[in-house]
Write a protein that binds this ligand. Structure first.
Ligand SMILES: Nc1nc2c(c(=O)[nH]1)N[C@H]1C(S)=C(S)[C@@H](COP(=O)(O)O)O[C@H]1N2
Ligand SMILES: [Mo]
Length: 214
């Protein structure tokens, strides 16, 4: 009863705050922003296969090929010469933690598409990393305004443990769809399952649908 009254009061306050154009209360923010089965963290946990590859910037290369008009290999200088892009997004790991408001900077996937120009046959994208990790997505899922190749997180160069020099960020999917230490991006007419996808995780990986296992 007492708890119920408290909840109602907070909801009224929240409604007032909304009418006044103020920020939403954090207590309720979770209701709207946390996908089912997730809990909020303020730390930034590290997940990998037990191996964090060390890639000096002078040796870093990103190769993009397959069903594209203009295959490419970017050095670090080439990568940094692309138009800068910045986006803030929430991060949802399938192990149940979510982290709000991550500020990513790098090269937008839309820009990459404009450079390589996928052929009409290309329907899928396979990502391969310096730790031999792989993951796959439909091209449609990558061709989204919030998808990027990130080299900065919250204003600082991406650390090795979080996938630096460059990692992929796909906010609308569980975080395993974003390859850390990205090395190769291959466009294909076929869907080729990645590391976790062949081990029983969902091929689609949609946090809002609680879509964890295949
Ligand atoms: N190359 C590579 N990318 C990867 C992984 C990995 O093991 N290797 N793990 C994935 C998983 S399961 C998650 S939850 C996120 C974790 O990113 P973080 O360590 O920065 O939190 O990276 C994803 N990308
Ligand atoms: Mo994960």
């Amino acid at each position: 009863m007492e708890q119920n009254e408290r909840l109602i009061k907070t909801k009224e306050q929240w409604a007032k705050a909304r009418r006044g154009g103020e920020e939403r209360e954090v207590f309720f923010e979770g209701d709207h922003r946390l996908p089912p089965g997730q809990h909020l963290v303020e730390t930034f946990p590290v997940l990998d296969l037990g191996f964090k590859p060390d890639i000096p910037l002078a040796e870093w290369r990103l190769t993009v090929g397959g069903f594209v008009t203009n295959p490419l290999t970017w050095t670090w200088e080439d990568f940094m010469a692309q138009p800068p892009f910045r986006d803030i997004s929430d991060f949802h790991c399938v192990t149940s933690w979510s982290r709000y408001d991550n500020e990513w900077e790098g090269v937008s996937f839309t820009h990459l598409l404009s450079v390589v120009q996928p052929l009409t046959l290309a329907k899928f994208v396979l990502f391969k990393s310096y730790d031999e990790y792989t993951t796959n997505l439909p091209l449609d899922a990558c061709d989204d305004a919030d998808v990027l190749l990130a080299h900065k997180w919250n204003g600082k160069p991406l650390t090795k443990e979080h996938g630096g020099p460059v990692r992929v960020i796909v906010p609308k999917r569980y975080a395993w769809k974003g390859a850390k230490w990205i090395k190769e991006i291959t466009f294909s007419d076929r869907d080729v399952k990645g590391f976790w996808e062949v081990r029983g995780y969902s091929n689609t990986a949609l946090p809002w649908q609680n879509d964890r296992y295949g």
